[in-house]
Design a protein around this ligand. Structure first.
Ligand SMILES: [Zn+2]
Length: 454
């Protein structure tokens, strides 16, 4: 929370307010207004954008990325939408900001990038694309305009996750976000801090084509009870369908994002810097897992991070970084150096090694890790992770868990011990919890259908 006068408005009213302000004019390049933009793409894997064993599925966005600073070892703080975004905006880990799952509220006491930049005189605006980021969950702090009216493409008949929602929308497709974003971009002559959130890679998969769209439930339903061998075959087919539809959504997003990036970076009225990243990745059949949240895999945690703009030279970096480093870096790009946010300024600090920590969301009910082939595994109620030599080491206060952790214990027991101690500290911090939002039953149902909240 910052003690400043805030013009808090929400929805379309806020958008009209911003649009009605005076349009900017061209001037001396050195005196251009600053524009700092965070673009967060929900559920986008690192390799989907940057390529790897397979080529990039987003060639247009990749062409932009190659003009900027690319982080090859960037990790989310949690493979869950709201907590991960809160880390990006506050430079705090989930056990520090207390939003340890979707549906909790970010406490007013925390400072966000938007609040700090608003105090510095920046005009602030956000467009978000799905229900976990509704203003009621607290990330609207510091934003004069916070557009969270969800709308699917009105030209097409879309089913919504949870069909009984009778036409209510709980997320927007990319073109809706880009259109709102372009209106905000064109609206002020002041320095701007903007946040645009896209949701397209998230399930339901294939929702850019309602005839082919599949909800997560439908993908899981492609595997029927029966002998493991048969389930394995069905699971492989289900994974292929999920992969194909995910790529279809991502290709649509790529075109819309290209339009936004072109408008931002070719607009010579502003000195524009952009951080483009993701809140988490997605399992698409690897190790028989699908979706995100439960399984702390590389596919779910390893995400893209690209910084674009005139002060950033094209470069690839291999030091480890994560969600909490976004906020201080945004402030540097805005020219604000006097602040108390934690995290690492990725522009000014390259310590060659770096670090990233995180955790799995907290589950209220005992939870099982259910695989695509219907096998179910017991999971601990708390699980933290860190990155050691490009490997994800998982565990909690009592012991490390998983193959990579066992390898670390065998090869470097001292480091393994230190990691366990660290997880113990994280767990102690987690005891300060955040309040649950009061949600209307319909919203709770929608979040549940999208795989959020119990
Ligand atoms: Zn998400």
């Amino acid at each position: 929370m910052r003690f400043v006068h805030r013009k808090k408005q929400g929805g379309l009213a806020a958008l009209f307010f911003v649009i009605s302000m005076t349009l900017p004019s061209c001037g001396d390049p050195d005196e251009k207004n600053k524009r700092v933009v965070l673009i967060s793409i929900d559920t986008l894997r690192y390799d989907t954008l940057m390529g790897g064993e397979k080529p990039s599925s987003m060639p247009l966005t990749l062409a932009w990325a190659k003009k900027g600073l690319v982080f090859n070892e960037f990790y989310t703080s949690m493979a869950t939408t709201l907590p991960s975004h809160v880390s990006m905006h506050t430079a705090l880990h989930p056990w520090e900001h207390g939003v340890s799952k979707n549906g909790l509220i970010l406490d007013e006491k925390f400072d966000t990038v938007a609040e700090i930049l608003q105090e510095e005189g920046f005009s602030t605006g956000a467009v978000v694309a799905s229900a976990p980021l509704l203003s009621q969950f607290g990330l609207s702090q510091g934003f004069e305009a916070y557009i969270d009216d969800f709308e699917l493409n009105p030209d097409k008949k879309h089913r919504v996750a949870g069909a009984e929602l009778s036409g209510d929308n709980f997320y927007s497709l990319a073109e809706t976000i880009t259109e709102s974003a372009l209106q905000i971009i064109a609206s002020t002559r002041e320095d701007q801090f903007l946040w645009f959130h896209y949701f397209d890679p998230h399930s339901p998969y294939g929702d850019t084509d309602p005839d082919r769209m599949r909800t997560m439930e439908e993908i899981l339903g492609m595997v029927q009870p029966g002998p493991l061998e048969k389930r394995t075959e069905q699971a492989k087919r289900a994974a292929l369908v999920a992969n194909r539809l995910y790529k279809q959504d991502v290709a649509y997003l790529d075109r819309s994002l290209d339009r936004l990036l072109r408008n931002l970076l070719e607009d010579d009225r502003y000195k524009t810097h952009i951080i483009l990243t993701s809140d988490h990745g997605e399992n698409l059949g690897e190790l028989m897992t699908i979706g995100h949240g439960v399984h702390l895999s590389r596919e779910a945690l390893h995400i893209p991070c690209v910084i674009l703009g005139p002060d950033v030279a094209p470069q690839e970096r291999n030091d480890v970084a994560g969600s909490i480093d976004i906020a201080p870096t945004l402030l540097t790009l805005a020219g604000v150096h006097d602040h108390e946010l934690r995290g690492r300024d990725l522009i000014r600090e390259n310590d060659q090694i770096g670090s990233a920590f995180g955790m799995r969301r907290i589950y209220v009910e005992p939870m099982k890790d259910i695989r695509l082939d219907r096998r179910a595994f017991e999971i601990p109620d708390r699980l933290f992770f860190t990155i050691q030599n490009r490997k994800i080491i998982t565990g909690h206060s009592e012991k490390l868990l998983g193959k990579s952790a066992l390898e670390l214990e065998a090869s470097d027991p001292e480091t393994a011990k230190k990691v366990t101690m660290l997880f113990k500290l994280f767990e102690e911090d987690l005891k300060g919890t955040s309040a649950s939002a009061t949600m209307d039953p319909k919203l709770r149902k929608a979040l549940k259908d999208l795989g959020y909240v119990e």
